[in-house]
Design a protein around this ligand. Sequence first.
Ligand code: ATP
Ligand code: MG
Length: 242
Amino acid sequence: MISIENVHRHYGKKSILNGVTLQIQDGEIFGLLGPNGAGKSTLLSILTTVMKPSEGQVYMNGFDVTKQHKQIRQMIGYVPQDIALWEELTVKENIRLWSKFIKTKIPKERMIQVCEEVNLHNKWHEKVSQLSGGMKRKLNIAVALLHDPDILLMDEPTVGIDIQSKLEINEYMKVLAKQGKTIVYTTHDMSEIKGLCSRIGVLKKGKLTFIGTIETAKASINNQLNKPIINEEEIIFHLLKD
Ligand SMILES: Nc1ncnc2c1ncn2[C@@H]1O[C@H](COP(=O)(O)OP(=O)(O)OP(=O)(O)O)[C@@H](O)[C@H]1O
Ligand SMILES: [Mg+2]
């Protein structure tokens, strides 16, 4: 479970997060939505312990992000928005190197398994520099899953991945959520918002303007309109517009 309590973050005088409060339960795939620059990656960086909140508290499975880095880093898997791989190494070498940052030893079978989950097992010996953009994205996801973390923080993980693989990765995320993992997922992809996320939060200028399911959004938006909106995409558009 993730508990975010009145989190603020400033860069110098610039205010990026302005009092974010949010609880995410085990087994949820929580979609964090919002326009470019809204503060989504900043919030995820705070959850990874890489960045400190300027104000407020965050607890991950009861551990405090500002004081208990070690415990938290073992329980999270982070897929950064900017791909973090060694270009001159192969897929296998990248996975091995990333596994060295994990406290427990990762067996080779597990390394192969995560590659299979993202459809990359046939690229085991290829250099990352020779992979396509989508394949690099898949490897970026695979390394985050290696230690079977309880909490997954995924920052636009499937950008540029082909539709088939994206659907397979989405299905795998649902399996992980069913196992009780907590997943925070930022995306600008309508199909993922509709088909993957169990609940969404809309972040605008560092504030959460909506938290709930698309169904609850539909009910509350339609309550205010004369002509009801039925289409889910229109509801999401409505939530995201200024
Ligand atoms: N290191 C930094 N120093 C100063 N400002 C920063 C820094 N990193 C991010 N920002 C600013 O913080 C704001 C929020 O950025 P952030 O990357 O969290 O947005 P985002 O919602 O993830 O956007 P996107 O959808 O484009 O990924 C932006 O205005 C950005 O310019
Ligand atoms: Mg971002």
